[in-house]
Design a protein around this ligand. Sequence first.
Ligand SMILES: [Zn+2]
Length: 445
Amino acid sequence: MGDATDGSAHLQDMGSSILLKDISVEGRTSDILIRGGLIEKILPHKNMLDYLQKLSPSIPGEDIQSVDCTGRTAMPGFINMHTHAAMSMMRGMQEDADVKDWMKGILESEKSVDEDYVYWGTQVAALEMIRTGTTAFNDMYWHPRKALKSASALGIRPVISSVIMDGGDRRRAARQKLMCERMYRSSLQWDGKAVFVISLHSVYSVSEEMIMWASEFSQRNSLLLHVHLSETLREVNDCKASHGGLTPVEYLDRLGALSERTIAAHTLWLTPKDVRILGERKVNCVHCPRTDGDLSSGYKFLYRELRDSGANICLGTDGSASSGNLDMLEAVRTSSLLQKTWREDHKAWPLEELIKCATANGAKALRLNTGSIQEGKEADILIIDTDSPFFLSPAPFLEKFIFSGRSGCVESVIAQGKFVMKDRKIRSEKKVLEHARSIIRHHMN
Ligand SMILES: [Zn+2]
């Protein structure tokens, strides 16, 4: 099954400029002008008319797509900092299993994963992420070239990686090194929208030699390094037993893998020394509460300690095979509730910090000029329909959206300056779902 027919035709055919009229931005009703992928101006309507008047010789009015956003609120797109997108066609499998059995079952399913599977699995994931307000995602999975093509076709920004998971096998390691070098070279020709990173699966599935190679390669080429880290107590105990008492954080630090370029998913089982190291190295720590709960890995994410130590805290869902979905609103809300519950402290993760973890902090980790609605930033914007029971209260928007709203309140999504969903319609959705169903049927036979 080919994918050539599924190119950029999905994107809404609109002019390159968009004017969002009368939209609420941080409590103020404004117009937002988007040009060349960037937020050019945010002004009250009357002032925007004057601004456009001055611009008119260089930008005729008919080239601007004007959208009435009365009763709508703008917020920055979510940045999902840890996914395995193509696993969106494995959801619900291995439920009620612990990490070890879950991994065994998933590895069995993955034996038949090929390029087509990754292409369509990533399309399903991209559809879901767009519907739930994510505009960029940090992915770790096989056949990354297909994932890149797939996500780019739907207009969402992929952070694509070459995965290192050699399991101590020298031939596999050599193949993965070569693949990584090739992907890196080809990434230099990418259009600047997608990002290339290196993924080290984990301390238990990658040899010491390959961890050092990947750390050195990423440092030499200033690449981000994405890794699962201290996800379970078992991982910590096994690491200590195998590496002279070092925790996974201490072990990776000794091998030179921790820096502000490191994106560490989970970081759940940490000693005070681990927290100090992650802070000193300014590591980007990604909390994935749904998966941690689903696989009963734990729930005591050390938000306050990591933040105070200097780490950059982000949020992610993980893959759908363990998180059930890729809904960042659910990840945000779950993070808050878990933190308040286990600490018995209602201020355990203040809302304004929490929302940054799901947006601006991800942008910082990925070195992207986005994550907030400000002039000069890339236009990754959600248009939220507040005309629903979830918003019927005098409380501020964010409180209602995060604690009462549903991702179904996301009415339209602009990613990198273009509509990828408008009025809840994504042009290619039906076709993607049809293809995905046939892939699943094929893989069940
Ligand atoms: Zn993961």
